[in-house]
Design a protein around this ligand. Structure first.
Ligand SMILES: [Zn+2]
Length: 215
């Protein structure tokens, strides 16, 4: 299995014991860990949505369509909007025959293979699967697109600030210690704090949905 075909999400080998109609709810802490505290579909992080209460367990193949209730591999950690939009949607055999289906982040690399993100935060399909996945889950809804656009701008600011930090450090090293140098050191300290804050913000933004070789 190479990088292009390995799944985006890898589950650890310790599924919980689950029995009965609601047994799958025992999977919550395991799912949160395995899905990196993010929605399996849109990639939003729990911290952005105010915590795990804004998330729930999705049955990838819906229970009403014959999906197993307590099979850990059929359980996905998702944000409530994605869960509501997906609801019990599943494919007809005719759609499957034409290549339409949900991309499955636990079994394949979806970003960069089935869809890709453009500079303006819009997800664009690369395959019939990507087309079905984006349109059915409404992954270009306004809030998500805006979030991805803002995240890209933050990355640009981060990279600029980081470059500036390196230049400032070099300039300080090359100078005698005087008042100007001390002011530059204060600037550097301020810049370092801003960069740290920006790094923390970026850690919980939606990942950049590009192929692995472009990231
Ligand atoms: Zn979501």
């Amino acid at each position: 299995m190479n990088q292009r075909t390995s799944p985006r999400i890898r589950r650890q080998a310790s599924p919980p014991v689950m029995q009965g109609r609601m047994g799958y709810r025992n999977a919550e802490p395991y799912l949160r860990r395995d899905f990196g505290f993010r929605c399996a579909y849109c990639g939003v992080h729990e911290q952005i949505k105010g915590g795990p209460q804004a998330f729930c367990i999705d049955h990838f193949k819906p229970r009403s369509k014959g999906g197993p209730v307590n099979d850990y591999t059929n359980l996905y950690w998702v944000c409530i909007p994605c869960n509501m939009i997906k609801h019990n949607k599943w494919l007809t055999s005719e759609q499957l025959r034409r290549g339409y289906r949900f991309a499955d982040p636990c079994r394949e690399q979806d970003a960069g293979i089935h869809f890709i993100e453009s500079d303006d935060g819009l997800l664009q399909p690369l395959t019939p699967c990507g087309e079905y996945h984006i349109s059915t889950l409404r992954l270009n809804r306004a809030w998500l697109q805006q979030h991805r656009r803002d995240r890209t701008q933050k990355w640009i600011r981060f990279n600029e600030a980081y470059q500036l930090q390196i230049e400032l450090e070099r300039a300080i090293e090359a100078r005698p210690v005087d008042d100007v140098t001390r002011m530059m050191q204060r600037l550097l300290s301020f810049l370092s704090q801003e960069i740290g804050a920006l790094r923390s913000e970026l850690a919980v933004t939606i990942p950049i949905w590009q192929s692995e070789e472009n990231v």
